[in-house]
Unconditional design. Structure first.
Length: 256
């Protein structure tokens, strides 16, 4: 039977950690709840060891990924639904987290909440982690008084969206490799092979059909100016990406 490492809090908000043998993660959560504790996380012991072995790498990170934001949302939902005040719930998440970026994020949100700002307002200071959809969803939940359930819905949405994104990336990887290899092969033919045919035809002093002359001309142009064309395309892509950070420019672009 596998062993799970868990983190939980009691009704007073005190953090409890430990390990127990169970059939599954859900079994661990059920046993923790039977003890009158609020489960925060439960991981297989092997997974915990892997995380610890990567700790030096994780400490060098300066940002959080989508899965970690989903974990933060789910943990906050669990604690708020258990009746803990928002400030105390954030404090518990800060205590149980081992990620410096997460601790920094929670401390910033907690400081804003303690200053009297609603959670939705505090989240606007971190646009790289919380989208407009996320913030507006929280704002609606605050108005309706249904924050815990909305946080749980958000965590499920983020996890499903992240899983779907990974599936799409995996499905597109093989076609992308094929396209890349095809373009590379075509580039080699155009730049190195076709010019040799051009020399052959010149030596034969033969008149070429229009289609053949066009292909050979294209090959010569690609060979002579290919690097400039690639540089121009890269600069154009970088320019568009930079301009998309301007909200007014995005609005004009989308209105076309």
């Amino acid at each position: 039977m596998p062993v799970f490492q868990y983190k939980a809090v009691n009704t007073q908000g005190e953090v409890k950690t430990g390990s127990m043998s169970a059939v599954s993660q859900q079994d661990v959560i059920g046993k923790i709840q039977q003890q009158g504790l609020i489960p925060i996380s439960a991981e297989a012991a092997t997974a915990s060891l892997v995380v610890k072995s990567k700790a030096p790498w994780r400490l060098r990170r300066h940002h959080l990924n989508t899965s970690e934001i989903a974990d933060f949302t789910r943990q906050l939902a669990i604690l708020v639904s258990a009746g803990l005040p928002l400030d105390r719930a954030l404090d518990i998440i800060r205590q149980v987290s081992s990620l410096p970026p997460m601790i920094e994020l929670v401390e910033g949100i907690q400081s804003a909440v303690r200053g009297g700002e609603p959670l939705s307002k505090a989240l606007t200071e971190y646009p790289k982690y919380f989208s407009d959809f996320y913030i507006n969803f929280i704002r609606s939940a605050e108005i309706s008084g249904n924050l815990a359930e909305s946080l749980e819905d958000l965590s499920r949405y983020i996890e499903k969206a992240h899983a779907l994104k990974n599936q799409l990336l995996s499905a597109m990887l093989y076609p992308a490799i094929l396209v890349g290899v095809t373009l590379l092969s075509l580039g080699i033919i155009v730049v190195y092979v076709l010019p040799e045919f051009s020399k052959l035809f010149e030596d034969m002093d033969a008149s070429l059909p229009a289609s053949t002359a066009f292909v050979l001309g294209t090959a010569n142009t690609a060979r002579d100016y290919g690097l400039f064309l690639i540089a121009a395309i890269v600069l154009l892509v970088l320019y568009v990406r930079h301009r998309k950070q301007d909200e007014a420019w995005r609005m004009r672009w989308d209105a076309r």
